[in-house]
Design a protein around this ligand. Structure first.
Ligand code: UDP
Length: 235
């Protein structure tokens, strides 16, 4: 099920429902593409038609960000829980370990994807991470061959947004994995290079506040939230 928030489709499925759909996509050899939606992206898409089309082309747009939940509530929609990019990735890793699906990690600075691989292997015994590649390799032939030779069925792409989404759209038809998820800075977090917000912040949906304290230069971007909610109410 999808809801439309200011022209952008957002899925109302839970982690478990999405995981079941993604496993089904792999089993039926269907290509699917997961993109994380937050108010910042929705606002940007208001005056960037190509971004709007790009986000709407994804198979599953996950509601990553409390602002999206608030918008759904204001519009009497059904989205009540966030599905964050990193937690969706971890759920998918857990399911992949259980169901013997192969994973590829593409993106982040040299060495980071490998460190993330090691951490995921500790977290999910039996997981098959069949390849990694840093996000600064620019030779498309090397990138395509490394991914296709690995036999991966799921690929996590950590190139930042919208670079990763553009890369997925451009390449997924000639690559062999079924499931493509853009995961931003998640490899940096999983590898332990970047700290995730403490659990209490996560529980109350206050990651934005933690990020604001750690990286104050983001305040300008975050000021868009009230503007976003007013726009949702008017729209
Ligand atoms: N990155 C990359 N290749 C590039 C540019 C960026 O692999 O050419 C990586 C970068 O090292 C970082 C991630 O993309 O790991 C971007 O993370 P960020 O948190 O900025 O992404 P966001 O989710 O905010 O878009």
């Amino acid at each position: 099920m999808k809801e439309n928030i200011l022209g952008i489709d957002v899925c109302s499925d839970t982690y478990n429902e999405l995981t079941a759909k993604l496993l089904d996509d792999i089993n039926h050899n269907k290509k699917s593409f997961i993109v994380a939606i937050n108010p910042e992206k929705i606002m940007k898409a208001q005056h960037d038609e190509s971004l709007r089309l790009l986000l709407n082309q994804a198979t599953y747009q996950i509601p990553d960000g409390v602002g999206v939940i608030l918008a759904s509530k204001l519009k009497k929609g059904k989205i009540r829980e966030r599905v964050t990019g990193i937690d969706m990735m971890l759920k998918l890793c857990e399911a992949a370990a259980q169901h013997h699906k192969k994973i590829f990690l593409y993106g982040a600075k040299p060495g980071i994807a490998n460190e993330a691989k090691e951490k995921l292997e500790e977290m999910f015994p039996g997981i098959q991470i069949v390849g990694t590649l840093d996000g600064y390799e620019k030779d498309e032939v090397i990138i395509n061959e490394t991914i296709n030779r690995s036999g991966a069925e799921i690929i996590f792409v950590a190139l930042g947004s919208p670079r990763q989404e553009n890369w997925i759209i451009k390449n997924k038809e000639h690559l062999t994995p079924s499931v493509y998820q853009g995961v931003g800075g998640s490899f940096d977090v999983i590898s332990g290079r970047l700290n995730r917000a403490p659990v209490m912040f996560q529980k109350f949906g206050l990651e934005w506040l933690y990020r604001l304290i750690k990286e104050p230069w983001r305040w300008k971007r975050q000021l868009d939230l009230p503007k976003f909610l007013i726009r949702v109410l008017k729209g």
